[in-house]
Write a protein that binds this ligand. Sequence first.
Ligand code: DAH
Length: 341
Amino acid sequence: MREKLAALQARALAELADVGDLEALEGWRIRVLGSRGELRELQRGLGGLPPAERPAVGQAFNQAKNALEGAFAERQAALNALALERELAAQRVDVTLPGRPPSVGRLHPTTLIIKQITDFFVSMGFQVVEGPEVERDLYNFELLNIPQDHPARDMWDTIYVDPPEVLLRTHTSPMQARVMERQQPPVRVVVPGRCYRYEAQDATHEWMFYQIEGLAVDEGLTMADLKGTLSAFARRMFRPDVRTRFRCDYFPFVEPGVDMSISCHVCNGVGCRVCKGTGWIEILGAGMVHPRVLEMVGYDPERYSGWAFGMGPERIAMLKYDIPDIRYFYVNDLRFLEQFR
Ligand code: DAH
């Protein structure tokens, strides 16, 4: 019986050494030390021994049991430690990994270009003012020398809010009269803002777009002030060597009226697809404020003269950044918007 016990102990310890995980360990425990395990099985034979031998063999049993239990506890501790180590390794966080950058908001390209444009005029002594998008016919047309039934109204396809008097402004020019009626000359303002037209959309037309109006009124202002200021603007906005061209154009609120073109930045005036072979690109309308317009706000046209302009900032941005379609500005596609900062 002693030999059997020694053999069992030796085998069980050898098996225990091979046990690789907690599950296998539990199997070993049940098989060796369980209430129906091998040790108990052998122990049952104890009763068949002569009484004189029993105490010694019983002691041997207890020793073997203690040894096996001790080995089991040791193995269990080791396997527990191993399992914990594995789990920690699996959940390890690499604190040196770079974090995910938060996506930062930015200004809209229209806002950015308006700031660039108005910054130039502010540096020339102009003030920035804003006005209502829902406007009265009086300011949008009447005080700009465009009376009811004047054919020039066809130049603006108007969206009316409450006809015939309330409309969405078709340009920023109504602010000319609003500024002049509340102050005396000298006037130097630029007016950025939204405008609306009942218009089919395409690559160069939107029903909502921005304009920047400019107005200067003082004693002795001439066409030379207009040309000088707007040419300096073009040089700042595009290239220092850009050339400007002024041609006659008609707007009811200016006389003479002009449009200004810049030499094509793609072909430098030679003629290409962008400038449609002309070498020039039109960027704004302007002119000397019509004496009737001055008169209607109570300025004396014999004493004061002025010049004005209106431009589309989206168009300026399209030329400057080579943007092929004005509709990109207002569909909120981040792939487009994120290119500007
Ligand atoms: N308001 C005009 C338009 O929307 C643009 C314009 C032309 C404004 C000449 C002006 C100007 O102030 O002098 O077509």
